[in-house]
Write a protein of this length. Sequence first.
Lengths: 275, 407
Amino acid sequence: MSKRLAASFTKAKKENRGVLGIFVSAGDPDTNTSIKILDSLVKSGVDMIELGMPFSDPMADGPAIQAASLRALKSGMNLKGSLEIASQFRKKHPHTPLILMGYYNPIYRYGVELFLRDSQAAGADGLIIVDLPPEEDAELCDLNQKSELDFIRLITPTTLGDRLPFVLEKASGFIYYVSIAGITGTKSAQMESISSAINRIKQVSDLPVVTGFGIRTAEQAAHIASLGDGAIVGSAVVEIIAESNAQNLTAEKTSEKVSDYTKSLADAISTHKPQ
Amino acid sequence: MNEIKQNSFKTMPDENGRFGIHGGRFVAETLMPLILKVESAYNEVKTDPDFNAEVLYYQKHYVGRPSPLYFAEHLTKKYGGAKLYLKRDELNHTGAHKINNVLGQALLAKKMGKTKIIAETGAGQHGVATATACALFNLECEVFMGAEDVKRQKPNVDRMRLLGATVHPVTSGTSTLKDAMNEALRYWVAHPDTHFYIIGTVAGPHPYPEMVRNFQSVIGKEAKEQLFEAEGRLPDALIACIGGGSNALGLFYPFLDNTDVTIFGVEAAGQGLDSGMHAASLTGGKPGVLHGNRTYLLQNDDGQIVDAHSISAGLDYPGIGPEHSWLHDVGRVNYVSATDEEALVQFQLCSRLEGIIPALEPSHALAFAAKQLPLMDKEQIVILNMCGRGDKDLETVLPKLDERGLL
């Protein structure tokens, strides 16, 4: 596991709470605002950043994150720009883990080897590549063996059967449990089903399990984080950015709105202790 | 790279769904268990005589197969070279080749115990074919169609509704076919237990490219037999248009190992390959990953997918089936292109000379035939896949023909 991720999970454990991960799309709605938002996330108590590298056709994402991707692309963001944002973030925030999340095509075009080198150089800690399942990941994972980038696996409710050990084979960093059958930002899962899924995963793997998809309220985040090792919130954050952008708010005002929300999540998680 | 001589062009895909570097299963984990289930179900029925007999039954009695192989005497004379035969798949029930594949997949869905069907559609031909099969087999049908296309193709939307399908206008992304496919996949992921996704072309994650090709191969099998009956020999060349490429692969596949048969796939060059406004993924694209497979894609340097442009909604797709990409790489099929303008001219010409109103899609194939046939001997024979009829295109085509004084 990357040192920063390990430290982050250890710290949360010491404080008897789960980690809070926040997703935003790089360059949404523009580079300047995006960087300010990232700064404000760290200040608000977020443990881990999931930075989306925008793609024109995000198959696993709901309307909110699709729109975020398109806003970013429209403002001129690309893979290189996403890595530059990551790199700037790392200079200012040496301890907060940064996960790069994206789809394979821009990486494939950029060059897999070059991408692995540049994302490490930018200070990323892990990768989530949505459309590179275990059946297809050799062309990236074989090149990633030497690097310290964690390859984070998504586990879904439909993966929990016989397929689970196979999917977890090359997993590192943590396991991202997708709590619903569906796309980001839509329905929410039942707590009991999340709890039993996490227990099932823990039987097979020692890695921390962080849950995402469909988490909106501070209460949900706190409850879900307490069931495993953390929670990731994306669409709800991105919607605040969309709204601020529609109202032409300044970068400062936008990042303030975002961090008001993420602080409420962080506060709820730190007071809601795991059972 | 291709030093190893190909013994057969019909051994693909491999067990991982690869056609060379193309194909595969590049999907989110949420989708993976679903396509693995489709794969194992398809593998079970692929060689099952009962299943295949059922498909054949509907092809014969419902679709009207075999479709005729017609010697187009007047176009042959006009083009002035090789003899042109048209494989008349526009005479199928619902007016295009799409139904061949849809019936097979709908029967598979039934066999898997699914009660609801999802489909994507561009111009609406695949949507109509799917709605038709769902009416026939009493399945619920949900069709995803770009909001722009819903407006442009109202008659097909009406047909789908009449047949009992629900049409979901897709407003995400650029509101076109690629977005309709994204949305259909998203919907499927959210309804894994009840729904089956019927993909309309030889693209998408494995096993779709193989499965759709096999269901469409009936076109080439029939054409081969019919030409033997008419002429006692193989054709010298095959021509078909290509969007995703299902009609083309349906015709080509049974001939792939007859290496004396020259094969031409015709992509849509839109307003010209240099204009940037085209849908020629092989000629103008680069390998990439979209909709679950690696294949040639229209994309920018950052790997963002670029919109395709063609007068024909059925060819208006920024990708192409992975088997075509492979056949392009190994050089078995020659991929060429025809512009909007060239297709329009043939649309009118074929209507006037043969009394067959071709769809805009096969009009692209005709446009290439018009250039290729004169270069060939009079004794030579070409089969062209007339994969759809043109009624659906009249609204698009008539004003343009009027402008050009062709009416």
